[in-house]
Design a protein around this ligand. Structure first.
Ligand SMILES: Nc1ncnc2c1ncn2[C@@H]1O[C@H](COP(=O)(O)OP(=O)(O)OP(=O)(O)O)[C@@H](O)[C@H]1O
Ligand SMILES: [Mg+2]
Length: 257
């Protein structure tokens, strides 16, 4: 178990990596500090992800998970005032949201944002208006057969699980490197959670790097390779997902499960 108490000399957490500490990090978040107005919310968060990993970003309500995802996606709020974010050697911290999106960051927010009045297919086509395109519609429908069956249906009339699939599919329709998922399992039945988890594993195996934020920590940990736990805007655990599943005391302390 790795409780993060000390940073190494360059400020990065290199203890107990699944892979060698010397392997190049694909996405590096280093000491990011972000504010909503005067409110200091993300208080020096650091972690790294290797290409093709799934990282579960966990923590209690209000711990700063959504804010961390928003900071990585370079949305205006919270404002990033300190720290660095590197994606495949590109400095995201110097970018605006649209540039981070062009660099390959895709944030799927909690409310999914399916566009009203458009069919499933039109939602996907809209994502492909600006090049470079990501996955073809045929490839997307192969991964999400339910979406293929409902391609002519209005997106907002889909079930909650299907809307989540469409939100993920729409991200893949663009040429992305990193998928940031904010509570993708929220409000979904266990059987649908399992179906989405299987799909996320396939997406990982096809080379996409994923950060999943979830209140359903057990489901996220079963899927993830690694876990980072936040508490009041700071990292309190960085290590393997399996260790968190195995450590009841840790879960009770930081996840209240
Ligand atoms: N727009 C905002 N303005 C001011 N404070 C905010 C804003 N959004 C979030 N906060 C505060 O920032 C803190 C972290 O919020 P955040 O949404 O990142 O937490 P979270 O870990 O995603 O929580 P949850 O599990 O409930 O979604 C909370 O105290 C929240 O009240
Ligand atoms: Mg949140």
């Amino acid at each position: 178990m790795t409780h993060v108490e000390q940073k190494s000399i360059d400020g990065r957490f290199d203890k107990d990596r699944n892979m060698a500490a010397t392997a190049p990090k694909f996405l590096s978040v280093w000491d990011i500090r972000a504010y909503y107005g005067e409110s200091y919310i993300v208080q020096g968060v650091s972690f790294d992800i290797h290409e093709g990993e799934i990282l579960a970003l966990l923590g209690r309500n209000g711990a700063g998970k959504t804010s961390t995802l928003r900071a990585i996606a370079r949305l205006d709020d919270p404002a990033l005032k300190h720290g660095e974010i590197w994606l495949d050697h590109k400095p995201l911290h110097e970018m605006k949201a649209f540039q981070a999106a062009q660099a390959g960051i895709a944030l799927v927010p909690e409310d999914r944002r399916i566009i009203p009045g458009l069919t499933v297919e039109e939602n996907l086509q809209l994502a492909q208006i600006a090049p470079p395109k990501g996955w073809s519609l045929a490839r997307i429908y192969e991964l999400f057969p339910r979406l293929g069956e409902r391609r002519k249906q209005e997106g907002t009339t889909l079930s909650g699980g299907e809307q989540q699939m469409l939100a993920i599919a729409r991200a893949l329709a663009r040429d992305i490197k990193v998928l940031l998922l904010d509570e993708p399992y929220e409000g979904l039945a266990p059987v649908i959670v399992q179906e989405i988890a299987k799909t996320l594993a396939i997406i990982r195996d096809q080379g996409i790097t994923t950060i999943i934020v979830e209140q359903n920590a057990v489901a996220a940990l079963k899927l993830a390779d690694r876990a980072v736990i936040l508490d009041t805007g700071t990292v309190v655990y960085d290590g393997s997902a399996q260790e968190v599943l195995d450590d009841e005391a840790l879960r009770a302390k930081y996840l209240a499960i």
